[in-house]
Every structure is written in C-alpha cells, then in structure tokens.
Write a new protein. Structure first.
Lengths: 120, 480, 421
C-alpha cells in the first residue's frame, strides 16, 4: 500500500488529495471536495499525461522559430525526451498549422506538429 | 602623442573636449565605460540651478550663475532640450522665514537675476499643488530643467565632429611624468599626452592622488530618485525645493523636459564608488519628504527609481585648475551639484587654462552647431508625413510608451559615437524609458542593434561588457 | 480622409472577435489597426496549450486560437492594417494612425472599438530596490524572447509573482534548458490557475514561496543574485527572513495594467479599480460611439471570455452605427460592487438597450471560502448562490435577465456583493 499526495487542478480550491494505491491500482481517494477530484486523482496516479509545447528553428521563413506541440497527450515522464527529440530540428518555410515536425517523437507514438503558420 | 587627454566622458569631460576642439589640438577622451554619460551625469536632478545655493564668493557660485546664463544659447546651438521653468524654494514654517531671507541674500550676492520672495497667495497661484502649510517661497525665474543625457551627448558629438577622439572601455590605471608630457597607463595600453584633464567624477581623487602629494578626497554621495509617468505631469510646473529646516534637507519635486515628474534625491555618503543601487529606506524617505511639500503625489505612477553618485569633495567646492606639484595635470574634480548647470562654464574655464598656456591656433574647421536626434513629435503632421515618405523608418513606432520611431533609433545607433547597447539607445532616444520600461520594445531594439551593428543577437548588451541580454539559444548544449 | 463604419484599435483576440461580430451584425465597413507585424496580439507568443476549451471545446495553443479568428476575419473580408500605430483618437472619432508605407492616416469612424490590451507591471513600478542590471525581465518579455526569437534570457532563474504568465514561463524556461530555482509570491495565495501551479511548478519540482518578495537585486552589469524575504500581513518584509538566491535572471509576473493612454487622451472615463474604461451594458464608454473590450477594459484570465466580451462589444458597435442611437444615459441603472466584490463590468445597464440576457463579470478582492454571491435589485435579492471558493485570480460571471430587471418598478440600483453562509 502506497499513499501519494496531489493538488487537484479542477478549480481554485486546489484540494489536497490523498491517493492510496496498491500495485498500481487506486484504492481510495480522500481530501477531494467533489467528484472531479477523484477522477483527476485516479488518472494522475495511474497514467499522468501532458501536452508538450515548444518551438523549433525555421529556415527561410519570416519568423526565426515556429511553435510546436505534441498532437496528443504523452506520458508525463517522457516530457524531457520529447524536448530532446526537438533539439537541433530545423524546418523549411513555409510551415502550416498541423504540419508534422517530428513524427513519433521519443517513441511515444505521438507526432509533434506546428502550431502556427510561417510564410516564406 | 596627444596634446590633451581628458579622463571621463561625463558632462564635464565632454564640455571641456568641446571647448578645446575650437583649437588645433590633438585631443582624446578616455572613458572606462562603454559610452558617453555613464556616471554621475546620467543620474542626477536634471536641474539648471539659478545659483542661490552655493556659498557666496565660491567657484561653485560663480560657475553656476555663468553656466545658467550660457545654457539657453548653448541649447539652441547644440540642440538639446532646455526649459526655463523657474524654481521655488518653499518655506513651510513662519519661524523659518529668516532662512529664506538668507537664501535670497546669497542669491543676490551670487548675481542671480530676478530673484524675489513671494507670499502664500502668489505661490498658490503659481503652484496650486503646494502644501497648505507653505507660508512663502523664494522664486527664481532663471531656474530651469535640462535633459542631462542630451546635453552630455551634444558636447561629445560636437567635440567628435570637430576632431576629438574618444576611447571607450578604457580605464586609466596610472601615470608617469616624462619630460614635457605624461605617460598614461590604461586598461587598453599606454597613451602619451602633454596635458591631462582629470574629469573622472567619483574617481577624480584617485586620479589626482596618483600624481600629486597634495591629496584630494572625494566621497560618493548617493542620491536616490523616483520618476513618475507623464500622466502625473500636471503635478507641478516649477522646480520645487524645500527650505532646509528642522526636518532636514528636503527633496525636490520637478517636471522634466520630457513631461515626467522627478522626485529626489536622498543624500547618503557611501564607500562604494559604483554603489548606484536603490534602497527600500531611500525610496520610503523620498515618498515621505516630498509629500510634505507637494500635495497628493501619485506614487502609484512611479515608473522607475534610480540612484546616482555625487562626487562630493571634502571642502564642498569645485577643484578646477592645474595640480600645483604636477604640471600639465589639470583637475576638474569635486563636480557635484550644481555641476550640470555649471558644465558649460567648467568647459570654458578648463579650456581657457590650456589656451593661456599653449596659445593654440584656432581650428579653422570648427563648427559649433550640432543637430540632435530628430524627434518627429516636434514636426507638423505634414512635415512628419514628408519625412516618412523620405525615410519610412520614421513611420514605424518601436517604443510605444514614449512614441519613439525606428528612424530615431537608427539615427542613435549610426551617428558619431552612436549607441552600442540598449541603455545607449535609451539615453539617446528615450526608447524603453517609459511606463513599460522596455517590456515591449527591448526585443525590437535588440533586433535593430544586431542588424545595424552587425552583431549576433546573443552579443547585444544592456550596458556594455558583462551585461548580455540573453544567455544562449533554446535547447543549446550548455543547458543540458 | 478615409471613412469606416467601425475602426478597431488592436488586432489581438478582442479586436478580432469584435470585428467579426460587428460584421455579422451588419456593419458594412470595418477596419482593424494592428501595431505589430501580424494579427493575433499576445496570443502569438503564448505557445502553450489551454486556450479555447469554452469556445471550441478543444485545447488549442495561443497561435492556433488566433489563427482560427484570423481566418474568419479574412473570410469575412474585413480590412486590416498591420505595423500601424494609432497615435490619437479625437472626440469626433477621427483616428490618426501611422505606418511606414502610408505615412500618417486620418480615418473617420462612426464608431470606435478600443481593444489595445494591457501591459505588464515593470520592475520600476514595483519599486524593487537594488542595482539595475541586465537580466531583469517581465515574464512577457521573456516569453517573447524564448517563444518567438528562440533565445534564453538566462540560465538560473528566480521568478517574482505567481501570475499565470510567470508560471507558464517557469515551465517554458525549464524545458528550454534553464534552472528555475523558486517562484516567490507576495500574497498569501497565488493568482495563477491551480492547473498551472501543478503542471508548471510541481511537475518540475519548482518551489512556490507564498508571502515572499524580492527585497534586493544584486549585480551591477548582469543579475548575480536576488534576496528574497518573507512578508508580514501588511506585505512588509520581515527582517531576518532573507535568503540569497544565486541567479542570473529575475522574471517579474506581478500584474497586468490595461493600456488606456489613448482612451484617457480621448476623455474616456476610467474606473480606478480596473484601470479600464467605465462601460454600460453595450460596452460603450463615457464617450458616445466609443466601445471597449478585452484586456483594455479589464484584465481577463481566459481568452475565451475575451472573445465573448468582444463579440458583444462588436455587436453593439454595429447596432450603434445602424441606429445611430442617441446616447441617452438618463435611464442607466448603476451597478454597485460591495462587500468583497472589487469591481463589475459593466458599470451600468439600460433596459432599453439591454439584450434579454447580459453576462455581468466581476472579481473579488480576496480569497473567500463557502460564501454566497448575491445580487440585489434595490432591496430585493434576486440571486443567491453558494461558492466553495472565490479568488481574485478567477473572473466570475452572473447572467442578468432583462425580464427580472424590468419587473422591479423604478429600479435605481443593482448591487453585487458577497454574503456569509
């Protein structure tokens, strides 16, 4: 049996959640004021994920860099690996929103895509 | 071999350089910082004093009144902002009236014109925002305000245009007296010069004491200031001093030539000659003291605070002249308030000393005129439109708080002795000096500096070496 | 002189949404003036996700959110000028603007919408003592350098202020290779979203120190360190609690100020509590035909709410142009913010002009737990809702119904306040 503490992100209340787990299974969530707290705690303990946003260099464009994001959530522990996969990446202008900049970044199965347009 | 090496590119040094450039002399100004106007000249009250403050009969008093009289013509010739807005010394206690009278008498003795004591009613008419406690005031219509940066740059640029050489990032570390000339050791090698002018501000005693047995002692006296946004500009129109009394020496509240309100200075003797840090106590003191004289100061409109160091000599007097035991070494030391006012007269006095000795030929190419950076706000709409047609950069606002165009910034960077850093651009154009303090324009000014000076973005500094604005590129190796 | 039905000052989220709504509500000619080189305003540098949950039911990044509005604006054929600075707006609604290709432009507008956004509180305004070296940046300036130029302002960072931009920048700089050592917050609570505290600080082990502030900046040329101290209940530093942090960068995220210099020169009446114009239910300011929306009106925390508000302002500006409605404010009913409610937008409502429903937005002045938000029409309480928590960082909304207001004869005042449980 393990206990983890989390801050709920559902609202400004920021309830301090206590999550009891046993072999990766959530046993009990306490400290939450509403249902959202429990849902959040279960997800955050078992499978925490994040969208990663960053930027990469552009060549031949009217901007120096283009902003990018993982198209979907990736496992939280892969954040820095995804950033590492973007290091040194250069794309050629023009770039459009949704263009794949790095596919299957850090073996997450998730592509990193452009989030803005950069023209020549 | 130079004829004259001037140490310090502050307002005194540059005023001397400009005066000497009237003659056929080989002149060099050496400055330890990266730019003109980096010491006392950049952080002071920006006041053109009338001249009632300095002790009667002192050199300070004489040069103050002379400098004040020269200012108007000079500001036209060299194109820097100056305004004779008049100053008022406020007396808050009936029993302190004799003090006001003493100040008046001293002013008369010093030769201050149009000086008079006004009563409460007239004072209220002149300045409705003055404290209700005010009983009378000393009114000096000849008092004024000036842009200290612009005046310093004006002297420097005009001197440069007339052939004076400037060496920046060059710190003087020692002197050797040779036959008929000085060998000057600097951080950038040695220089030789027949005359040395010591205009080194808070370091002037160190320079002097390296060549003379008759020691000088200068104390850095820190003065802290608060600057209020344009939105507070209606607070006062005259420069408001408080009569020194039982509550100590008051602080001044004054408009600036650019429409801000300046409050300060405190006075604190410190050891550190680079100690231009502000303090919590200092700023609190300013708020308290200024509030005693002027009603309802909107301190929530403070846009910046800063501190300057006055070069206070023990005898509280300008020390100008050849060091007795060091021929050819001319001091221009102890230049504290009213040093800015006196600068034109100081320049002339030092130049006269060398002229008397050398009788140099007149520089036939000398031109006394200098054009400042064109401020499109001074143009009519038609003129501004015509200017944009000719130079589109004047149609592009970079600093939105002070409404500074790209054209002005390009001029500041590309003119002689042009700006090399963000602070250099700021002091020349006011870009970044407004209410957002460069929050929006700094990246744009960095871009322009990089482009015009052919530098990498990473090399752009705030104020010269060791003040890089950025530390690296995103995700670069050093980071991991 | 150019002529337009509506001139919109600012092409950020507020200006874009206002323009599109004005077009949809019948304004024939609309011109958006943008000082930057592209539309979208500050969204272009907000490359993190979390925008648009309300508007598009999906999580977009700032540039993506902006792009959707820009596309709609272009499809609607609305004119805009980039790199164009508005210099002045006269009481007769002549807008003077400037750019490098056309020089100085005079544009006559039948209605003007102010959408200039806001700026960050600077180090100077915060009166932080110490030296003035390189390395002190507002969080937004750092955001621009990192996200749009690709440069790191520094490598060892301390952040003062836990507003959302500061929190977001803590994560951005960490991901790009900087070490963020601490976030200090003067208040006993953070103004930022809980989600940002967790995902921008906790995820990376960055400590948040509440009731702490920077009491000195060290370093003459470049920041060498800062001293942080605890503050007491009057927000004064407590002697003896100072801690020195070795760092090369101090980021400031200490509040946003609506940019109303143009509005003030035009004579628009300003609400000192928001630093934005006072407006009625149509988002019209005290100057007839001049409207305001977005962060120039009051600082928002979610862009979705900016878009909603701007759409309403755009619609009412279009109706104003269509009807040339006399600016009759004789029947305006004032809205008072009391007991914990710091301000409301709008400041008045007029039943003749009011839509069937109107979203009133407000902020509270402190953190309140388990209290009630109440709305009174004169003495009559018409709204009483329990809130588990109310915080200054969260904008609140109440929908006012015209029907309910009209039901009170000779209504003289609407009051919004907090009440104890």
């Amino acid at each position: 049996m393990e206990t983890r503490e989390l801050t709920c992100i559902g609202c400004p209340l920021g309830c301090l959640l206590k999550v009891e787990t046993d072999q990766g299974q959530v046993h009990k969530v306490t400290g939450n004021t509403c249902k959202r707290g429990e849902t959040y705690a279960r997800k955050e303990v078992v499978n925490p994920t994040r969208i990663v946003t960053s930027s990469v260099l552009v060549e031949g464009g009217n901007q120096r860099v283009v902003s990018v994001k993982t198209r979907e959530d990736i496992p939280k522990e892969k954040i820095f690996e995804v950033i590492e996969a973007l290091r040194g990446v250069k794309v050629q202008a023009p770039v459009h929103i949704g263009d794949v900049v790095v596919s299957n970044a850090a073996d997450t199965g998730v592509d990193v895509v452009a989030t803005r347009n950069v023209l020549n | 071999m130079y004829d004259v090496v001037i140490i310090g590119a502050g307002v005194s040094g540059c005023a001397v350089a400009r005066e000497l450039s009237r003659y056929r002399l080989n002149i060099c100004v050496v400055e330890k910082e990266e730019d003109v106007c980096c010491g006392t000249s950049k952080a002071n009250s920006a006041i053109v004093h009338a001249g009632f403050d300095a002790p009667a009969g002192s050199l300070m008093a004489k040069l103050n009144v002379q400098g004040n009289e020269m200012m108007e013509a000079l500001s036209g010739e060299l194109d820097f902002p100056f305004q004779r807005n008049g100053s008022l010394v406020i007396c808050l206690q009936e029993d302190e009236m004799p003090g006001l009278k003493t100040l008046y008498d001293r002013g008369i003795e010093n030769g201050v014109k149009d000086l008079r004591i006004i009563d409460r009613e007239e004072l209220r008419e002149l300045e409705p925002g003055i404290s209700d406690d005010a009983v009378a005031a000393l009114y000096a219509p000849t008092g004024g305000i000036v842009c200290p940066f612009a005046m310093n740059f004006a002297f420097a640029e005009n001197a440069a245009a007339n052939g004076v050489e400037f060496r920046f990032d060059t710190e003087v570390t020692g002197f050797c007296k040779r036959e008929g000339y000085w060998n000057i050791k600097t951080s950038q090698g040695e220089l030789e010069s027949r005359y040395v002018v010591n205009a080194a501000g808070v370091y002037a005693d160190r320079m002097h004491n390296m060549v003379s047995a008759r020691k000088l002692h200068i104390t850095p006296r820190r003065g802290e200031y608060c600057l209020l946004d344009h939105s507070a500009s209606s607070l006062v129109t005259h420069t408001i001093f408080q009569l020194p009394g039982k509550f100590g020496k008051g602080v001044l509240v004054t408009p600036t030539v650019h429409g801000n309100i300046l409050i300060g200075p405190t006075a604190e003797d410190i050891e550190d000659r680079e100690g231009t840090n502000t303090t919590r106590a200092g700023i609190e003191e300013l708020m308290e003291r200024s509030g005693a004289v002027v009603k309802g100061i909107p301190f929530q409109q403070v846009i910046t605070s800063f501190a300057g160091l006055r070069a206070h000599e023990d005898g509280h007097e300008f020390c100008i002249g050849e060091a007795e035991d060091a021929p050819g070494f001319i001091d221009c030391a102890g230049i504290e308030s009213p040093g800015l006012t006196a600068a034109p007269a100081i320049g002339k006095m030092v130049a006269d000393i060398i002229y008397e000795r050398e009788q140099p030929q007149v520089n036939p190419e000398f031109t006394g005129k200098r054009r400042g950076i064109l401020d499109p706000n001074t143009l009519s709409e038609q003129e501004h439109a015509a200017l944009i047609k000719q130079h589109p950069a004047y149609g592009s606002i970079v600093c939105r708080c002070e409404m500074i165009t790209e054209g002005e910034i390009l001029d500041a960077v590309n003119r002689p002795l042009g700006a090399k850093s963000l602070d250099g651009v700021k002091r020349r154009t006011r870009a970044g000096m407004g209410r957002c303090q460069g929050g929006f324009c700094a990246p744009k000014v960095m871009e322009l500096l990089a482009r015009e000076r052919n530098l990498e973005f990473l090399q752009i500094t705030k104020s010269g070496k060791d003040s890089q604005m950025t530390a690296g590129r995103n995700k670069d190796r050093e980071a991991f | 002189m150019l002529n337009f039905d509506i001139v919109i000052v600012g092409g950020g989220p507020a200006g874009l949404a206002a323009a599109i709504a004005a077009k949809e509500n019948g304004a024939a000619s609309i011109l958006v003036l943008e000082r930057d080189q592209e539309l979208g305003g500050i969204l272009n540098q907000c490359i993190h996700n979390g925008f648009g949950l309300h508007t598009f039911q999906e999580e977009l990044t700032g540039p993506e959110y902006a792009a959707r509005y820009i596309e709609r604006l272009q499809k609607a054929g609305i004119s805009y000028k980039l790199n164009t600075m508005v210099m002045d707006i006269s009481a007769k609604k002549v807008v003077t603007a400037m750019n490098r290709t056309e020089g100085i432009l005079q544009i006559h507008a039948r209605a003007v919408i102010l959408a200039m956004g806001c700026r960050e509180r600077s180090r100077g305004a915060l009166n932080i003592p110490g030296f003035r070296p390189a390395g002190v940046y507002s969080a937004g300036t750092a955001q621009r350098l990192v996200n749009m130029e690709g440069y790191l302002p520094g490598r060892r960072v301390v952040i003062l202020g836990s507003g959302d931009i500061g929190l977001i920048m803590a994560r951005r700089m960490t991901l790009e290779g900087a070490k963020v050592q601490v976030v200090a917050e003067l208040l006993p609570y953070s103004g930022g979203l809980k989600r940002n505290i967790v995902q921008c600080l906790d995820d990376f082990g960055i400590p948040l120190k509440l009731s702490h502030t920077v009491v000195e900046i060290h370093g003459r040329k470049r920041v060498e360190g800062v001293t942080i101290a605890q503050v007491d209940e009057n927000r004064k530093p407590v002697p003896g609690t100072e801690t020195y942090y070795d760092c090369d960068t101090l980021l400031l995220s200490c509040g946003l100020i609506p940019e109303n210099e143009l509005s003030k020169e035009l004579g628009v009446e300003i609400n000192p509590l928001t630093s934005g114009p006072k407006v009625n239910e149509s988002f019209q300011t005290s100057v007839p035909g001049v409207f305001a929306c977005g962060n120039v009106l009051h600082v928002h925390d979610l862009v979705d709410f900016v878009s909603r508000e701007a759409e309403a302002a755009g619609k009412h500006a279009a109706l104003y142009v269509k009807n040339q409605t006399e600016h009759d404010n004789s029947a305006d009913i004032p809205i008072a913010a009391e007991q914990g409610v710091r301000y409301t937008v709008p400041n008045t409502v007029n039943l003749k002009r009011m839509d069937e429903e109107h979203t009133l937005r407000f902020r509270v002045g402190d953190v309140y737990k388990n209290c009630y938000v109440a709305v009174y029409l004169d003495e009559k309480r018409i709204y009483h809702r329990k809130k588990q928590i109310l915080a200054p960082g969260e904008m609140e909304e109440i929908v006012l119904k015209k029907e309910e207001l009209a039901a009170v004869p000779d209504l003289t005042k609407i009051t919004v306040k907090l009440e104890e449980a």
